[in-house]
Design a protein around this ligand. Sequence first.
Ligand SMILES: [Zn+2]
Ligand SMILES: [Zn+2]
Length: 300
Amino acid sequence: MRAGAHLSISHGLARTVEEAVRLGCDTLQIFSGNPRGWRRKIINPAEAEEFRLLCGRRGLDPVVVHTPYLINLAAVDQETFRKSLRAFAEDLERARLLGAGLFVTHMGYHRGEGMSAGIKKMARSLGELLKDRPPGGPRVLLENTATAGSSLGHSFPVIGEVMEKSGVADRLYLCLDTCHAFVAGYDVASAAGLDRALAEIGEFIGLEKLKLVHFNDSRFGLASGLDRHHHLGRGKIGLSGLRRIVRHRSLRSLPFIIETPKETPDADSRNLKVLRSLAKGKVRSRGPARKDAKRKAHRA
Ligand SMILES: [Zn+2]
Ligand SMILES: [Zn+2]
């Protein structure tokens, strides 16, 4: 397992690498610009090159770029749709410049047009964006999303259908977000639920397409539809569920990125420590860890 965190580039790309190194990351994820706006600053090619070199030297691999939240490749509104296509193409180019190996985008929303219209539109957008892409550059990953509603991303069969209909399925991959899957109704906190989710991915997408895990605990419960990431072991998935995910035979060789809250300066380093200890088997943490230990003791 390679472990990393989503980090801000607000203090410059070089500082972001320093922070990743300080945290002991093997991999990292960034937004290539403001995630909540359409306008992006132009990336200075020299700065991008320095970033690529630093990441290489520090062994940060893969570098993951996450698209801005505003992008909706199934948008009904023409203006939003046009902007989304352009923003996706520009961001993919920025990710290539930054030497990213993986490029993660959320699934779109059909906004009342209905699921099948949304699937068609999202598939067509991806096809147009990727069909003439030259080889090289980052892999494009579709991320499963949390909410039911008009989201196209909360169900693996739907993600699989979008890939298949896009005509560029061979260029599309999957990012599994544990919090999103859980609140969307996949009980990844239990052994049976995790197996079921992975079986669905296997059947409708292909497990070999899974290239990244967003490793987050969840503040809200199973099938709540509410997307609030929580510190590892302190949420509704809990330490024993998270441990099972990290050690799962189909997942353990993938890169794991935490997108957990950062309300204190040491939050990332603590969550990364939990992640590494779950992978290794030694778990020392507050609260849920002790409860787990007690439960085990009772059983024994
Ligand atoms: Zn995520
Ligand atoms: Zn989320």
